[in-house]
Design a protein around this ligand. Sequence first.
Ligand code: UN1
Length: 480
Amino acid sequence: MDDTLHLDHLIGGRRVGGPRGAEIRNPSDTDEVVALTPQGGPAEVDAAVTAARAAFPAWSEATPEARSDVLDRAGTLLMERREAIGRLLSREEGKTLAEGIGETMRAGRIFKYFAGEALRRHGLNLDSVRPGVEVQTRREAVGVFGLITPWNFPIAIPAWKAAPALAFGNTVVMKPAGPTPATASALADVLMEAGLPEGVFNLVIGRGDVGQAIVDHPEVDGLSFTGSQGVGAGVALGAAKRQARVQLEMGGKNPLVVLDDADLERAVMVALDGGFFSTGQRCTASSRLIVTDGIHDRFVAALAERVAALKVGHALAPDTQVGPAVSQGQQENDYAYIDIAREAGGRIAAGGERITAATPGWYVQPTLIADTDSAMRINREEVFGPVVSTVRVRDYEEALSVANGTEFGLSSGIVTTSLKHARDFQRRVRAGMVMVNLPTAGVDYHVPFGGSKKSSFGPREQGFAAIDFYTQTKTAYSWV
Ligand code: UN1
């Protein structure tokens, strides 16, 4: 049976084809073509932005209930289709089926959450400082949002950008990441089926020039981007040139501190999940383990044993714990970093060799590299794979200083039974998110998400914080 999908853009409520673009291969089995894409460009972006602009007045003036109902239905459809969409996601991105289904459920929950938010009124009524004058603040829709999304959460991240944009009355032009257009397209189908009016959500598939055309388009009022630091810097520059609002979520080199007093089994579980699940392809992954002297050897030995036992394989195989890398380029990048760390003096405690599986795929052996120091490239640059390093430190203070010693600051974590150190770490770590006895990855959808330093730029995403980016405040004065 030929399961290959033939994808189209979604522009103004219509599916639109175009010149043939990429061939999306299953990272678990590269003989399988998951989807064929059209190659979008500036002309498709312009048509999509025009459609989004035309749809804006009616959508922003629709009753909150009308918007809420569409988002709620979209959430229900995503949850009902979790098996089919989760399977497509796993075939396209390579994370395990359980992770693919879980992520689809999460996207459904996000739409349900923002269905509620659409109904909440977020204004204030105040007395003026002048007698007889009243002041009101009101949150208004901004206009057209350009959403540029990454491949590693191909449905959850599109959901957490699109759902708040739509909830508050904006319209959207989305560019999905190169490797994962089919999952984004499944989301577009769900939104149309849920009753979203034509032109409110548009999808343009293509390469970097599509993203650039969105960034540069004068009718795009706001830009939300998740991806690499280099591309993000260009998005910010493009936005600043024409005063578009912008929000960036970029890399991480997230530290997980393990102190002598940690519960060893808990520490191993937290590191295994945070470092290796989803093939380490999370910007929140625990990629640096900073371990104090007294527990170091026991922790590294126990973790190495668990890492070596991880079952790598086809994302759809029921016993697979770690799927392949998303692409050959990513696979080569992961192996290159293993070599870089080894050559700098790192000791391979688990993994480190090239592996193959029953099907031809971009597999990477989960690898733990011990005895590294914080100046090495492996501890400064994001790998984005199942490759984790450990750094030995004397005590808590040194652990904190190593944890804070990179240009990134997305997520962070500590495993300890000391309330004193846990609370101190929460206050002094320079990161947007901090976890105690939990993996650095795996976040809730109803609370703010974002980082500090080079990891993020602009207002926070998700939960009750999303309204700050996706609305603008109007202050109204009256004397009547
Ligand atoms: C999570 O850890 O649950 O790209 C989400 C990423 C992040 C999302 C992480 N923006 O990995």
